[in-house]
Every structure is written in C-alpha cells, then in structure tokens.
Design a protein around this ligand. Sequence first.
Ligand code: FAD
Length: 370
Amino acid sequence: MPETETLTGARKLIDDLVGDRAAEWDRAGLIPDDVLRTLATRGLLCVGVPETFGGPGASSAANGEFTAYVGSRCSSLRSVMTSQGMAAWTIQRLGSPQQHAEYLPKLAGGKLAAVAFSEPEAGSDLSAMTTTIEPDGDTVTVRGQKVWTTAAHYADMIVVVGRYGSGAAAVVVPASAPGVTVSRVPQPSGCRAAGHADVRLDDVRLPASAVLGGGQPLMLLVTTALAYGRISVAWGCVGILRACLDAARGHARSRQQFGKPLAGHQLVGRHLANLLTAEQIATRVCEHASRCWDDGSPEMVVATVLAKQVSAVHAAQGAAAAVQVLGSAAAHEGHVVERAYRDAKLMELIEGSTEICQLILADHAVSMPG
Ligand code: FAD
C-alpha cells in the first residue's frame, strides 16, 4: 500500500481512537491498552519501519506529518510513538540482520517498546552513565537504574543503553525478565499518560544476542539513538502549535469583549500572529530536517538538533500565547491549550534540553568553514 494512503487511513483511525478522550487520558494518567495495541498491531507507532519487516515504511517527511497530527491530538500518545519509533530506529541502526529480523516485525506488529538512557546522576551528561552490560559467554548481565523512561509502563521490551567493556551498547530487555522492576513516575506535570517510569535492572541475565552495537563509543551510540527521538519530538511540537493555533483562532473569532471579537483587538491579534509565525517556523525546520533524513544528507544530525531546539522553544512560547488568548477558558484542567502549555514545556527538557541543543549548535557554528 502506498505510504500516503496508509497514513491517510491512519489519521482517520487516530480521529476514531482519540476523539475527545485525550483530556480524560491525561487526568487518568493512562492511555487504554486497546488503543495502544490497535495502533501497534498496524505498525502505526513506528511508521518508519521498512515494509520488509512489516512496517508502513514511511519517509521521514510522511512520518513527521503523521507525528504532528498525533501530537496535535494527544502529546502523551505522540510520546509513546516517539519511544516506539526510537526503539525501532536504534535496532535498525545498531542491530545485525538477524536482530532486525527478530525485533522489527515485533515492533511493527503489536509489541510496545521504550528506550532508557537517563539515570539519577546522568541527565544532560549521559557520559556519567553507570549502567553496565557485562558479557559472560553466551549471556550478558545488565545492572543499573534508569529514570523517566517514557512508555516503560506500557512496554513489552526496553532498549537499555549502558557501558559495555571500554565502550557502550544497547540491549533489548524484556520488561518481564527476572530482575526488571518498572515503577511509574508519580504525577508528571505534562504528557501525563505517556507511561513514564523508572526502571531498575538487578542482575538481569539475557542472551548475548540481545546486545546491539556492542563496543561503540558511548556518545556516538547515544547520538545515533537520540537523533530519532529529537526529530520525532520536533514534529510533535509542530502538532502542539497547530492545536494551539486552532484553539486560539477559534476563540478569538467567537468571543466578544468591548463590543467586538477578541481577534479585532490588535494586542490579541499580535498573539495570533506570533502563534502562526511559530507554527510556520517549526514546520519549516522540521521539513528541512526530514529532507536531510530522506536524502541521507551529512547535515542530518545538525538539522535534527536545530529542528528540536527551534520547535520546542516555539511550542513552549506558542502554548503560553494561546493560554493568554483564551484567558479563563484555558484555565480549566484538561483544556487542549492548558494541556499543551504543560506538555510543551517538557519538550524543552528532553532529548537534549534547550541548553544542550544550543551547546551542540554552538560547536557546529564554531567548526563551520569560513
Ligand atoms: P539536568 O541534566 O540536571 O539539567 C538541569 C538544567 O540544567 C537543564 O535546564 C539543563 O539544560 C541545564 N544544564 C545541564 N547541563 C548544562 C550545561 N552543560 N550547560 C548549560 N545548561 C546545562 N530519559 C530517557 O532515557 N528516556 C526517555 O524516554 C525519557 N523521557 C523523558 C520524558 C520526560 C517528560 C522527562 C521530563 C524526561 C525524560 N527523560 C527520558 C529524561 C530526560 O532525557 C532528562 O530529563 C534530560 O536529559 C535532562 O536531564 P535532567 O532532567 O537530569 O536535567
């Protein structure tokens, strides 16, 4: 089936499954299992997985627009998608042909996954990671503590990054393996239904065939895996901005104050102009990054960091502007703009915070010729 046809049908399915339930899921802190399994069995949580492995095989551009669509409806669901896509991408990039055949059809066919890098003492500075993946003949033993792993609460498998000899590796850990303890992060401030959890790994013994990319330098491995997370979050922020623009525009047209619609007051109009500008800028940087992915351009990594940085900052500012336009109408818990405000701020913290992205971009600027 052509990719556009698949994803057009997929949008309809998202409309049917999400409907107006995102606020209810946010309040409950849970996306119903049947919603996640329905999407997962159709490969719609990781649409970039190639058709050879049962996925839709979407381009980065099509994946991005679909991610934005989901993000405009429910940032928690979009976060689960980002984790699933990042797990699939990590396996694609680091795994052997046998590992692709083993894991990718599962991810495109109904199993759920998360990716764990962060630790209590290794947040922005992932070089401080202490989790170990220790080889022992045909097996490995994984020991460590991961925190804030998005979707871990739902996951059947967790891709855990850790130290492996003098380098690093990722390892596919079944969530049900003896020694794995998954504990939910209580009441996150945003993306509340994304299943964030801390993951303890106490002497988890696995076959050596579960190890991906063993021996690579830690930061190279982390950068490879995070690239997908960054572009996915960036497109998710485009979705947040589109939802905010729709809500703010609708409200500013219909609500009257001082004898005319709010949109007729120039200072309100300025918020709408800023929101439109933010949505357009975020869309353009994401389109550029996706083009780099689809062309296999050497600029891909920097374009992705730029897209994440620009989109997250604009989403946080845009959501705040939308709250301002709606006034008390946005002060109800669960309103689309109120959720966007909480969700967008978190996008500035994750997958490389705004400051960490700025440091990467500064290094790039310094190293440019000329
Ligand atoms: P810190 O590293 O302690 O940073 C605190 C502040 O200091 C930040 O503003 C940061 O930008 C700034 N800072 C730090 N170092 C510098 C510096 N050198 N220069 C300038 N400023 C600096 N982790 C996973 O592994 N998998 C996931 O799926 C995942 N999902 C997450 C989802 C959510 C909603 C959240 C909140 C976190 C998630 N994380 C996940 C963890 C996330 O990646 C970390 O929170 C993030 O890397 C920042 O680390 P930290 O929170 O420890 O902040």
